[in-house]
Write a new protein. Sequence first.
Length: 178
Amino acid sequence: VKQNIIKSMHDLGFKVTVVPAHTTAEEVLAMNPDGVFLSNGPGDPADVPEIVAEVKKLIGKKPIFGICLGHQLLALAMGAKTYKLKFGHRGTNQPVKDLRTGNVYISSQNHGFAVDEESLKGLPLEVTHINVNDGTVEGMRHKELPIFSVQYHPEAAPGPDDNMYLFDEFWNMLKKGE
């Protein structure tokens, strides 16, 4: 997990407990957290089916917010697919459109895999954000459960703090007890 993610959450009032990637869902739930945050990480999300299986066990138990690899792991856990991009998204100048508001934000990204939009069809997920350059999925939300994720790094602040609203959304989700 990037240190600035933890700092950003802490600055908003979150009490953050960091656990290793291979922590089981049972161990996480035994801590009785208000919510679960799935962080960034390296590599192909399909290479860690054991982590996807644990994420699947968390769905419906607690509110979940995922960033980058966490976004991809959530997608896989809910039955979607991921694929390797021909050219990864790298840098602090990736335009992302929030489909809910129509706003376009400049984002920081560093990933080589993406969620396959076609594989979301028939699942209780909706695309919330897209990459303006290539149309790839940059964010999704569960239609009924308090679960959402983004592919990019809102804490990286490439356009100053434009994307911090995502942490606010998670905070508000937790306050509502969803």
